[in-house]
Design a protein around this ligand. Structure first.
Ligand code: AMP
Ligand code: MG
Length: 217
């Protein structure tokens, strides 16, 4: 497979990328954190392409990227009060929130059988424009071979995934440079599942109560 490089600054190129996503292809694109590898979240073959291109372990669930709040309301069954505060403070931005999943919306092959769903709104004009044009739920982990560092340029994506995905949208260098903080808000106490640039102290300050750090034992 030839991996097309598309210019994130070109409306025509973004439309082409959106059409590739809609038609079930895996497409890499820039976000505020790192480059993501997106695919149509309601298309089992498309989602499978993410796992194959990355060599991703099949038990690892995928994050859903959204461009507007209404999409969250359809995929999550319950949005707790503290999550509302965090959304107001950090979205769009480098914070992924894990919610209880609305049954029958995001398929089990995206969340790998979990009863939760991880959602993020990236703070990047190219990512937001592409998600809006595609107008489908997009599942997107980082655009690297499983186990490798996350890419922050289109050239790094190509050196990882060239020949394995349909296209990469070039949007320059990702500003944040590390993957999002992941916070599970599906239970009684919020738990950090992955550390990113949004810190535990920042999360606690916004919600006014303690957050557990699930990354330390
Ligand atoms: P990646 O973008 O490749 O780093 O992968 C996405 C990350 O999100 C992985 O660390 C997953 O374990 C995590 N993730 C995705 N969905 C969920 C979920 N429902 N619950 C907990 N973690 C999740
Ligand atoms: Mg990753």
């Amino acid at each position: 497979m030839h991996t097309n490089r598309l210019a994130g600054s070109s409306e025509t190129a973004l439309l082409e990328a959106a059409k590739l996503l809609q038609s079930g292809e895996a497409v890499a694109f820039p976000t505020d954190t790192v480059y993501g590898l997106g695919a149509h979240a309601l298309d089992a073959d498309a989602v499978q392409k993410i796992y194959e291109a990355k060599g991703r372990p099949s038990d690892k669930p995928l994050i859903i990227l959204i461009h507007e709040r209404a999409q969250l309301d359809s995929v999550a069954s319950y949005i707790p009060e503290e999550a509302e505060k965090l959304i107001a403070a950090f979205w769009p931005g480098p914070l992924t929130l894990v919610f209880r999943k609305q049954p029958g919306v995001i398929p089990d092959y995206v969340t790998r059988g979990l009863e939760t769903v991880a959602v993020r709104m990236p703070n990047h004009p190219v990512a937001l424009a592409l998600l809006q044009l595609a107008d489908i739920p997009v599942a997107a982990p980082s655009a690297n071979l499983s186990g490798n560092p996350s890419p922050t340029t289109a050239a790094q994506v190509e050196s990882e995934l060239s020949g394995r995905i349909a296209a990469v949208v070039d949007g320059g260098v990702c500003q944040v440079g590390v993957a999002s903080t992941i916070l599970d808000v599906s239970g009684d106490v919020p738990v950090i599942l992955r550390q990113g640039t949004v810190s535990r102290a920042q999360l606690e300050q916004v919600i006014g109560k303690p957050v557990l750090d699930g990354t330390v034992s």
